[in-house]
Design a protein around this ligand. Structure first.
Ligand code: SAM
Length: 199
């Protein structure tokens, strides 16, 4: 549990003051590799807590036609709007809201330093909400830390904790040490593919 209130104001201020050390400036290599093997470009993809949305830029350049981004920090989404909307047109949907208040339906969610950014007390709610917005059989894919941090965000975790949290709602298809992390995160992430169970 953190003392810091991790609300939209907190995150917006991080963007406005340029304190965005998590931002890799490019698509995460493990997610790029995952995206590259997706055949159907029409699936409904969500990137929650998208920040500067490098994954979305890659998805759009690869021809994906239905990409939704959620972030409750207006400064982040405004920058994304300027950068991506002119090239994306109707393939891109931007939602500036709290993730927990969005009730659309998706086939695939891509996770990249969003789970680790929320207060750990919200993790069960995160998993249940993810379960409710994915279609049965839909996939949750991406990166979760397998290390601890002092303080936070980011907040760390373990594969055992993720199994405990997700398994009631998802089939764990893959959860393995990530072999193609960016150098600062190498050895500290698992790549996961969880398949949504029936509602
Ligand atoms: C650590 S940043 C990661 C941004 C991006 N995924 C990346 O890897 O560069 C976490 C992001 O999640 C957003 N966020 C945190 N809690 C949120 C919530 N409850 N609803 C929507 N966005 C949230 C923050 O505004 C921030 O942009």
């Amino acid at each position: 549990m953190t003392q810091q209130k991790l609300d939209a104001e907190y995150w917006n201020e991080r963007y406005l003051s340029g304190r965005t050390g998590w931002d890799m400036q490019h698509v995460s290599p493990p997610l790029k590799a995952y995206i590259d093997q997706l055949a159907d470009k029409n699936i409904r993809i969500l990137v929650p807590g998208c920040g500067n949305a490098h994954e979305a830029a890659y998805l759009l350049s690869a021809g994906f036609a239905n990409v939704t981004l959620i972030d409750f920090a207006p400064a982040a989404l405004e920058a994304v709007r300027k950068k991506l909307l002119p090239v994306a047109g109707t393939s891109l949907h931007l939602i500036c809201e709290n993730f927990f208040d969005v009730h659309s339906t998706f086939d695939l969610v891509l996770e990249q330093t969003f789970f680790c950014a929320i207060d750990p007390s919200l993790r069960p709610a995160y998993v249940q909400h993810m379960h409710s917005i994915l279609v049965p059989g839909g996939r949750f894919a991406g990166l979760l830390f397998n290390r601890d941090f002092e303080g936070g965000p980011p907040f760390g975790g373990t594969a055992a904790e993720y199994k405990f949290l997700f398994e009631p709602f998802f089939h764990i298809r893959l959860m393995e040490p990530c072999y193609n992390s960016v150098p600062p995160r190498m050895g500290h992430e698992v790549f996961v593919i969880f398949e949504n169970k029936m509602h």
